[in-house]
Design a protein. Structure first.
Length: 445
């Protein structure tokens, strides 16, 4: 077996060992396993069954990891993406009133388009055509969007008729007892969880996010904010979400835009992660990623499989960099993560016991990492900075990733045109900007 693994994954050629790859896989798993808790909590707010989404999350992640590792031989793990699940729930289902079954169909179609585009090299053309400032702004804007979701869900930010939003109260009045107050525990625990994750990350503790989530959950038990009965149980049924996609009315104007956003966001997220992690692992050749088609195929198949199982788009995880830092250089690292994801299937009671305010710190923390992309924007060139800024702020303020991306494309084309630099705008950006403008004018936001 050792000889087979060495030959298949080219361990000696990549100057690594089975033990190193297994430890790298465990490291990556610990840094990203929070998704098996956060994703079901996010999609359940769209009306989906928690247990079924939990199973779909584990299996779709395992499928993506196993294909990436066995076929492309890269130490890059996949799972349902943060940001994409938020767009699925809060923008498409709750914002547009689209049934989650139709939204799953949109994810499925975007995955099919991914497969076709991967083989036709259109995917690379799209990535290369989009200006760097918009790429970075999309990532940073999603970070702000996740932060707003986290703050709103934990009660740190609440609604206000006069100012639209304001900060929540640290103490809440006790009903029926004038002058008596009780601590706003969900808000306080969410903030505590965030600082726990930040401090653990600073000291490079593996699994900082999942430790923060579980720590807040344990503190919530004696406060009777959640119930914790057992850790292991039978695997929940997938029937509530399995093959529940509804393709009726999918190709109307608004839903075509939804498919486009699923495709576009995952396009830059996945490609950027693939290149970034591969660069850190020293796997690029002349600045290019070898076996790119196989890596993109793994990503695409995972999206299609995830939609069929009952979850939003699956994408490569930047947390894979932690496994690379631990020495992971081959697909055996990704395969290890896939096996561990399957092992999570028996721990659904633990995931269900986690309250929403315990996952909020993870969303807020991930927002920090995504905001780092803003440093790559040329803020000295106003024709680049202004469209990027609009992209970023429109996502949280319009509560829509799609509207933020749309404003980015439209403003980029208009600003460049008005400043006499229309030649800087790629034809593909012009086309997308015009389509978004027509969509807003005739179909609304």
């Amino acid at each position: 077996m050792q000889s087979f693994l060495d030959r298949y994954f080219k361990l000696s050629e990549n100057k690594t060992t089975i033990r190193t790859e297994l430890m790298a896989g465990l490291t990556t798993f610990l840094t990203m396993c929070y998704i098996v808790v956060v994703n079901p909590h996010t999609l359940s707010q769209a009306g989906m069954d928690f247990g079924a989404v939990f199973v779909a999350t584990c299996i779709s992640a395992a499928i993506g990891c196993l294909i990436m590792g066995a076929l492309a031989n890269y130490p890059i793990a996949l799972a349902p993406g943060m940001g994409l699940n938020a767009y699925f729930t809060f923008s498409v289902v709750k914002g547009m009133g689209v049934p989650w079954q139709v939204a799953l169909a949109a994810v499925f179609v975007s995955g099919i388009i991914f497969i076709l585009f991967s083989f036709l090299k259109v995917r690379e053309m799209l990535v290369n055509a989009l200006p760097m400032s918009l790429k970075m702004a999309i990532a940073a804007g999603i970070g702000l969007f996740l932060a707003l979701i986290a703050l709103k869900g934990s009660g740190v930010v609440v609604g206000n008729e006069a100012t639209l939003v304001h900060m929540g109260e640290f103490r809440l009045p006790v009903e029926g007892q004038p002058g008596v107050y009780t601590p706003n525990w969900p808000m306080l625990l969410a903030l505590l969880g965030f600082f726990i994750i930040v401090v653990l990350d600073y000291f490079r503790v593996r699994g900082a996010i999942i430790i923060g989530i579980l720590g807040v959950t344990l503190l919530a038990v004696p406060l009777e904010l959640t119930r914790f009965e057992r850790v292991v149980s039978a695997i929940p049924s997938m029937a509530p979400t399995f093959m529940q996609m509804d393709f009726n009315h999918l190709f109307s104007g608004s839903l075509i835009a939804v498919i486009f956003v699923f495709f576009l966001v995952d396009l830059f997220d996945s490609t950027g992660t693939l290149v970034g992690v591969a660069h850190r692992a020293g796997l690029l050749e002349n600045g290019k990623l070898p076996r790119l088609k196989k890596a993109l195929f793994a990503d695409s198949v995972a999206i299609v499989a995830g939609a069929a199982l009952g979850t939003s788009s699956t994408t490569p995880y930047v947390e894979s960099a932690s496994g690379v830092a631990a020495g992971g250089r081959t697909g055996l690292t990704a395969v290890t993560v896939g096996v561990l994801m399957l092992a999570c299937l028996w721990f659904s009671p633990l995931a269900e016991a986690v309250p929403a305010f315990a996952t909020a710190p993870a969303l807020l923390y991930i927002g920090i990492h995504m905001m780092r992309s803003a440093t790559e924007i040329d803020w000295n060139d106003m024709t680049e900075a202004a469209p990027a800024f609009l992209t970023m702020v429109f996502m949280p303020f319009s509560y829509s990733i799609a509207d933020g991306i749309a404003m980015g494309f439209i403003s980029y084309a208009l600003v460049k045109l008005c400043c006499g630099r229309s030649r800087d705008v790629p034809p593909m950006v012009w086309g997308v900007a015009v389509l978004w403008a027509l969509k807003f004018w005739f179909l609304g936001a």
